[in-house]
Design a binder for this molecule. Structure first.
Ligand code: ATP
Length: 210
């Protein structure tokens, strides 16, 4: 950053169980389209939106994110949600990051599934006040922007649509594929595939507890 310019920061929160090319395409498209200096990948510790499903331990999810982003200098792992007790609400995570990066402009990156469920999040209006929402379309998920706008007047101006192809890759499908022995090559970076293999993740009904 040169003098006087505002640091543009992308934030990609998720469970990353495992991280995959959908996440990386979202982050890279946003980086280029929005001129982001950095994209922070923020693995959730105890996600409030996905109760019920056993999550792989944070140590594995963080390690897989680090492996996935190692070759992109603009991508960083943020431990802001890993190193504090949950529940980890996005609105709190953003407030903490805003204290760490004073004066930066924040772009919260998400797929259209997250935008479609945005009103169920803790304090969505509070989130929209703090950041722009940069959204990548995801197959099967169309957000109802009109009802979002009704609930949170002005949110339309905070929405940015990313110009990326829809990628039908999801972590849940990847876990399922590993469990039944289908390949995940070309759907996740090779280092993530190797990590999953080496640590025997997702191989049994309760293997995510390993
Ligand atoms: P799961 O299948 O376990 O729900 P996921 O693949 O949706 O996981 P998350 O870690 O929950 O991955 O996603 C983090 C963020 O990345 C969310 O905002 C989600 O919408 C977005 N995202 C994940 N996969 C894609 C994709 N293929 N295209 C666009 N956005 C995506």
């Amino acid at each position: 950053m040169t003098g006087g310019e505002t640091l543009r920061l992308g934030i990609l929160g998720g469970t990353f169980d495992p991280p995959h090319y959908g996440h990386l395409a979202l982050a890279e498209t946003a980086r280029v389209q929005l001129g982001l200096a950095r994209v922070l990948f923020v693995p959730a510790g105890d996600p409030p939106h996905k109760p019920g499903r056993p999550l792989s331990p944070a140590v594995h999810r963080a390690a897989m994110v680090e492996a996935a982003i190692a070759d992109n200098l603009a991508f960083r792992l943020s431990r802001v949600d890993l190193d504090r007790p949950g529940p980890h609400y996005t609105v709190d995570m953003l407030a903490l990051l805003r204290e760490m990066y004073i004066g930066a402009e924040f772009y919260l990156l998400m797929g259209s599934d997250s935008l479609a469920e945005f009103l169920t999040w803790r304090d969505p209006a509070g989130i929209a006040r703090q950041v722009f929402l940069a959204v990548m379309e995801r197959p099967g998920w169309t957000a109802d922007v009109a009802s979002l706008e009704r609930e949170i007047p002005g949110i339309r101006e905070r929405l940015i649509w990313l110009d990326a192809p829809r990628l039908d890759i999801s972590a849940s499908d990847l876990r399922q594929r590993v469990q039944v022995g289908l390949p995940i090559r070309y759907l996740v970076p090779p280092a993530v595939e190797a990590y999953i293999h080496d640590h025997h993740l997702y191989q049994g009904a309760s293997s995510s507890q390993k």
